[in-house]
Design a protein around this ligand. Structure first.
Ligand code: FES
Length: 692
């Protein structure tokens, strides 16, 4: 039988390596070591701290320990690897193959023995699709080291001469076979132990949860016979959308992903109105807590149906959320977060039993929340930080999650700073006269001809551009109903590039002579984007709303850059659904983000959700982000004397004082022209931009 499993953090590479022993390299971890001929590959992996799953304890029945031999000459590693360097399939593997099927190139590492130099591939089966609600953003492989481990044992039958209890004999075997010491038992299991042991004919699988190495391990579930699957949930509770992954804790495979609207919207559209709701209504907090927990339970039902998984097989959960969603979900009053000094009730990572939070999964399931960074920079930003890892690299990385409150993280290996900036809901289409959420019928892309000032656009749900033949027919079913967030950025940027608006964001009324699309509304002007069943215009007020939002974001970013003493950033990551749809070029033309090589500006989808997934599949990531968050410097933008000036500078397009040399390489920015607030051309004065 395969012996006790050492904790990966307690591992020391097997002592005196003998130079004549075969050299074994494990991929993708890259860990390597020499082992005597005849060592089971699983033993070798464990002794190097390479994570290979095992439930049956080396009985060759669970099939979780599969590996592949990579054949060839790996000159860089001085290894010639071959299937001849591993023992031939023995009776145990043949039996497994007959019952369950073992692909030809796969081996059970508990049975296969090292015979010569090898390069071993540990299949991760962990392709993570970071998209939850709308669009795939990135795939990545997460090395597994889940907090829950399934351990099969065969327990001695009771003996009148040895009065040790059934549960106690179970613990003895878990220590003997798996090395688990000091086990605690979830209280609800104690009355069930005897019947489960007998049902399994003394062979049972215990689910052991241990998050921190310093914490005592817990038996959280017990199954008769061999239980070969356990699942986890990674969930991002956004103020608008809740996004969830259902994941196999043993293979790392995502078996279901879904999203739903946050039902708290009925209590308040944005975060602050939800805090107000709590303050104004005696049971407001309770009602919102109940609503979000119900939605999460509903979503669990949905992902379980998609993955054909029994919700009671869910044993671990990780949640990320902004501070107010985090507090409401956990049943904490968020009132303090509504006013300075924006005190969090708790900022550190938390552990619960899922049932304490009314989550209907296995009774023994655990629930972990990532730490919050600050009063307005939550566990979601911590998740995105874990996912993108500015602290893991030398380059200066800017990570932005644009919502009604933008969360901004900036830094590198040396130092990381974070802040939030109140962008308001304009980027999501609210406060915009023709704004709407991204849905069929919403304009999502816009181009304006700088000569004719005629627009063309694309609508969600319609393939063709509006100037292409057949557009009207295709659009007839969905209509052209409004402008979504990504298009608001584009249309304002295109209006600026076409000269319809000045650098200061004023619609140039003199353009009305050139185009019937410039309409006068009293003292200001607007731009007619579409004249159909619904008239879609971009008004002076719309442009102001976008300017205010983008200035708040940019000023927050600049403040962090000033804190770090940097003039430019090397790479920019846009997290969140909004970031997936805006074109980085237009975001820069408008001055949402600082100048940067456009190839280095990337949308990363639901990075917060990806961070939750990482923390679910590998408990080391929990320690990593807890440590990182403790070192992130939090900047409160409202208290910074310079913020106002940075904000005023950022009202201009792209910015009154900052240069955009990288942007200028790909976009010709218009000459500066001054247009007075009433749309006049300010006496026709025009001058070159000083930086041009
Ligand atoms: Fe279960 Fe190898 S450890 S089959």
């Amino acid at each position: 039988m395969y012996g006790a499993l050492p904790d990966r953090n307690d591992l020391t590479v097997s002592a005196q390596e003998n130079k004549s022993d075969p050299l074994v390299l494990f991929m993708p971890s890259g860990k390597r070591g020499r082992f005597p001929v005849g060592t089971p590959v699983l033993d070798a992996a464990r002794s190097l701290g390479v994570y290979v799953e095992s439930v049956c304890g080396g009985r060759a029945t669970c099939g979780r320990c599969q590996i592949e031999v990579q054949e060839g000459n790996f000159a860089k590693h001085k290894i010639v690897s071959s299937n001849d360097h591993i023992s031939a399939r023995g009776p145990k593997e043949e039996r497994y193959d007959k019952i369950r099927g073992l692909p030809e190139n796969r081996r059970l590492s508990c049975s296969a023995m090292i015979q010569g130099d090898l390069v071993i591939d540990v299949p991760q089966d962990t392709v993570v699709n970071a998209q939850v609600v709308r669009k795939a953003a990135s795939d990545r492989v997460i090395e597994r080291n889940a907090a829950v481990q399934l351990c099969y044992v065969e327990v001695d039958e009771p003996d009148m001469h040895k009065p040790l209890g059934d549960l106690d004999r179970l613990k003895v075997m878990l220590e003997k076979d798996w090395g688990w010491k000091d086990l605690l038992v979830a209280p609800h299991l104690i009355p069930q132990v005897q019947s489960i042991l007998r049902k399994g004919n003394w062979g049972v699988t215990a689910a052991i949860h241990r998050d921190m190495d310093s914490s005592r391990p817990f038996i959280v579930a017990l199954y008769p016979g061999l239980k070969n699957e356990a699942y986890g949930i990674a969930c991002d509770i956004g103020s608008t959308t809740i996004a969830m992954h259902l994941v196999s804790l043993l293979s790392g495979r995502i078996v279901g992903s879904s999203g739903t609207s946050n039902p708290q919207i009925r209590f308040g559209e944005d975060l602050m109105s939800r805090v107000s709701y709590v303050m104004m209504n005696p049971d407001g907090r309770e009602a919102m807590t109940k609503a979000v927990r119900e939605a999460i339970n509903g979503l669990i039902g949905k992902v379980c149906a998609e993955g054909e998984v029994d919700r009671h097989d869910i044993l671990d959960m990780v949640f990320v959320a902004n501070p107010i969603m985090h507090h409401l979900f956990l049943g904490i009053d968020p009132t303090e977060l509504g006013q300075a000094p924006f005190a969090l009730a708790v900022s550190g990572a938390l552990q619960y039993w899922a049932h304490e939070i009314d989550i209907d999964v296995n009774r023994g399931a655990r629930l972990y929340t990532l730490p919050c960074i600050a009063g307005h920079v939550g566990a979601d930003a911590a998740g995105a930080t874990l996912s993108e890892g500015p602290y893991r690299q030398d380059r200066m990385m800017l990570l932005v999650d644009v919502g009604t409150n933008a969360e901004i993280v900036l830094g590198n290996r040396q130092r990381v700073v974070a802040a939030s900036s109140p962008t308001g809901p304009a980027f999501e289409g609210a406060e915009i006269s023709s704004g709407q959420r991204a849905a069929p019928g919403a304009i999502e892309r816009v181009r304006i001809d700088p000569v004719t000032l005629e627009p063309k656009f694309r609508v969600i749900g319609v393939e063709k551009w509006s100037d292409e033949e057949g557009f009207a027919e295709q659009a007839a079913s969905v209509g052209v109903t409004g402008i979504c967030g990504s298009a608001i950025i584009e249309v304002v940027a295109e209006m600026y590039l076409a000269g319809v608006i000045s650098e200061d964001g004023v619609v140039d009324g003199s353009m009305a002579e050139r185009s019937p699309r410039i309409l006068q509304n009293g003292r200001t002007f607007s731009y007619l984007l579409h004249d159909g069943e619904q008239r879609i215009t971009v008004t002076q007020n719309d442009i102001r709303a976008i300017q205010l939002a983008k200035s708040a974001l940019y000023a927050g970013i600049k403040l962090l850059m000033e804190k770090l003493g940097v003039e430019h950033v090397d790479t920019i990551r846009f997290a969140g659904a909004f970031g997936s749809f805006i074109d980085p070029k237009y975001a820069m033309v408008l001055g949402l983000i600082p100048d940067c090589d456009l190839n280095e500006v990337k949308a990363v989808g639901n990075a917060a959700g990806t961070g939750a997934l990482m923390a679910l599949l590998n408990r080391d990531h929990r320690r990593e982000i807890e440590k990182t968050v403790a070192h992130i410097e939090k900047i409160e933008t409202a208290l910074e004397p310079n913020f106002q000036q940075l904000f005023v500078n950022a009202m201009a397009m792209p910015n009154k004082v900052d240069a955009f040399p990288e942007l200028a390489k790909v976009v010709t920015l218009p000459e500066r022209k001054v247009v007075s607030d009433d749309g006049g051309d300010g006496g026709g004065r025009r001058r070159r931009r000083s930086r041009d």
